[in-house]
Design a binder for this molecule. Structure first.
Ligand code: BJ8
Length: 425
């Protein structure tokens, strides 16, 4: 891929040598973790292709869109409404990063004890290895956790197109009003960027496109209820990760296609793992590409992941937006209603998230919950303790794990995961 796209990466200002090194590591990692899995559905071929071209063909498509006057908007959080972006004739791409890069330089800008997700975003910028970041006409940050909030102050000195969205921390009437005001402000800024005023028709269309995408991933998730499960948690995570990069229509079609195949598998009782393999619900911080370490450990330790209570998973994709409004204001209101239900751990109090975890345990017939937090992520670490207690009271086995993107703790994590799986067997 390197030679074919070299001039494109050069034009984006990427550091070619470092970028090649990153792609090499990513390729090997993918080979060892993904392509070595057995009994994969054929439909995963599409997602393998997307991953193999994640810095190639997809970037070329985005640059082609730009050449035709479309704008690209990058985001770090599921609170950035794709419906509004699409309605203004722009494309939204996820920017969160799941690998350590240029860490020495990152620690010149951020304290060492910052979560790996934030550090990684800085590493990809400082190391000049992210073509998505470099293609973006607008980068949207959001006031969520303290780490991100303060990091964007610093990031604004490293990029010249950062837009920061304020977000509520309490699910109150005032909180909803703040979100509404911020979505209106965002709408105006996106319209200004693209020069395309948002109309009732374009917003309805944007809502329908995103609803279709969410419907497809919902259908896909529901198929994981089957025993044996027709798809691995690793592959399901990949589909959830590709959700943030791919062309929405193509993604929707590809997910439905794999769902058809999974339905056939289920009818033939064909699974990726034997029937009655211990079933795990993974809950916690979002897992951005290529953060596959923990799912890989779990699924090579005798269990299968049947659901992700995560922003790269059901927390981010559940709930559709009502598209029945007749004015732009009504439709924005419906968008606010939909996003205000996202139960990120930055909200206080946050009972909906615990309810959702319990609901997912029932729906996907999970035998246990692994709560995953990135080191130094206070919101998710803090919630993990009372959640563990509440789940145990309901006789739901739970394991709390903290980790980062490094591979040093693989042995230690594996020992703990194996012991947990033994316990729930
Ligand atoms: S809606 S989860 S995508 S903010 S891991 S940076 S919380 S210290 S990512 Fe998130 Fe939006 Fe919430 Fe979802 Fe901070 Fe924790 Fe780091 Fe995190």
């Amino acid at each position: 891929m390197s030679d074919q796209y070299k001039s494109m990466w050069e034009s984006l200002g990427l550091a070619l040598e470092s970028h090649d090194a990153l792609l090499n590591v990513l390729g090997n990692f993918y080979q060892n973790i993904y392509l070595s899995q057995k009994n994969r559905p054929q439909g995963m071929g599409y997602f393998d292709f997307v991953m193999s071209e994640v810095h190639g063909l997809r970037i070329k498509e985005l640059l082609d869109e730009k050449a035709q006057g479309r704008k690209i908007i990058g985001s770090y959080c599921v609170f950035v409404p794709e419906e509004i972006v699409l309605a203004a004739n722009a494309t939204l791409v996820g920017l969160c990063s799941g690998a350590d890069f240029a860490m020495e330089e990152v620690e010149r800008f951020l304290p060492r004890n910052t979560c790996a997700l934030i550090k990684s975003s800085f590493g990809f910028k400082l190391g000049k290895v992210c073509p998505y970041l470099e293609s973006a006409d607008m980068i949207v940050g959001e006031n969520t956790c303290d780490g991100k909030k303060k990091a964007y102050e610093t990031l604004s000195g490293l990029v010249n197109n950062l837009y920061v969205m304020d977000l509520p921390q309490v699910k109150s009437t005032q909180g909803r009003e703040l979100l509404k005001a911020e979505y209106h402000r965002f709408k105006s800024s996106v319209e200004q960027l693209t020069g395309k005023p948002i109309t009732v028709e374009s917003l309805k269309q944007g809502i329908q496109t995103v609803n279709n995408k969410r419907n497809a991933i919902y259908r896909f998730s529901q198929l994981r209820k089957a025993n044996p499960t027709p798809i691995s948690g690793l592959d399901a995570l990949l589909a959830n990760q590709v959700f943030f990069y791919d062309n929405p229509q193509r993604f929707t079609e590809s997910v439905h296609k794999i769902c058809d195949e999974l339905e056939t598998r289920i009818s033939q009782k064909q699974g990726v793992f034997p029937e009655n393999t211990p079933r795990i619900l993974l809950s916690g911080c979002p897992m951005a590409v290529p953060n596959w370490k923990l799912p890989w450990i779990i699924e090579t330790s005798g269990a299968v992941i049947v659901g992700e209570e995560s922003c790269v998973g059901e927390r981010g994709t559940r709930n559709l937006t009502d598209d029945s409004g007749n004015t732009v204001d009504e439709l924005i209101n419906a968008i606010v209603d939909r996003y205000f239900k996202v139960d990120c751990a930055i909200f206080t109090p946050n009972p909906d998230r615990l309810n959702h975890i319990q609901e997912m345990v029932d729906t996907y017939k999970a035998n246990g919950v692994i709560q995953y937090s990135l080191q130094f992520c206070q919101p998710y670490q803090m919630e993990a303790i009372p959640f563990e207690k509440a789940l145990k009271e309901k006789q739901i086995p739970t394991l709390r794990l903290e980790t980062d993107y490094a591979m040093e703790d693989v042995g230690q994590l594996k020992t703990r995961v194996e012991a947990f799986i033994e316990q729930i067997k």
